[in-house]
Design a protein around this ligand. Structure first.
Ligand code: ITT
Length: 186
């Protein structure tokens, strides 16, 4: 099946996870128009609907975001724009003096099987660090603490616990028609 994304980090992770399910995914490197929406589900559904006529065969897209509790869920559905504009330094600046560091990543996959679109989601909870740490991963990984390490310090281990892993596991299990517990660790 095809994964339509402009983000190489997302594809790299999805490919590694897919291999554990003996599923091959093909990268359709493409920037597509993302309609604004109140939540990731709405954005993912509308984005996939627009691609149905453009992509041949089964495909999926993924909309993801970082939700920070003390900022009322910001940047959430605006994560891509916020990352490109203020980036990790900007987020840390916004969080100065704030002791509640709780945050989560969420991933929503919209999968088109050739006739209809189905959604799969995954969430991982963590905290926003006080400084940028680690050089693996991408995006907000250097400021997202899972336990006492950032995702950018965890490297491949991130793929065992990430929001993307949890959503993809649901997708791949449904495609392969096996229970989620049959998927093995990356
Ligand atoms: P596509 O829409 O082309 O797939 P994108 O980078 O624009 O790529 P999103 O719209 O889903 O992706 O935006 C999500 C933002 O959140 C983006 O800036 C990512 O870098 C960031 N992000 C998503 N998942 C992440 C992860 O696992 N680790 C770190 N940052 C992540």
């Amino acid at each position: 099946m095809k994964f339509v994304t402009s983000n190489e980090g997302k594809f790299r992770e999805a490919k590694a996870i897919a291999e554990n399910f003996s599923i091959q995914i093909e990268w359709i490197k493409m920037e597509y128009e993302e309609p604004q929406g109140f939540n990731l589900e709405e954005i993912a559904t509308k984005s996939a609907e627009k691609l149905v006529d453009k992509i041949k065969g089964p495909f999926f897209i993924e909309d993801s975001g970082l939700f920070i509790e003390s900022l009322n869920g910001f940047p959430g559905p605006y994560s891509s724009y916020v990352f490109k504009t203020i980036g990790n330094r900007g987020i840390l600046k916004l969080m100065e003096g704030i002791s509640n560091r709780r945050a989560y990543f969420k991933s929503v996959i919209a999968y088109f099987d050739g006739s209809r679109i189905t959604l799969f989601d995954g969430v991982v909870e963590g905290r926003i660090s006080y400084e940028i740490r680690g050089n693996k991963g991408f995006g907000f990984d250097p400021i997202f603490l899972y336990g006492d390490r950032t995702f950018a310090e965890m490297g491949e281990e991130k793929n065992n616990v990430s929001h993307r892993r949890r959503a993809l596991e649901k997708l791949f299990s449904s495609v392969a028609n096996v229970p989620i517990s049959k998927g093995c660790d990356v």
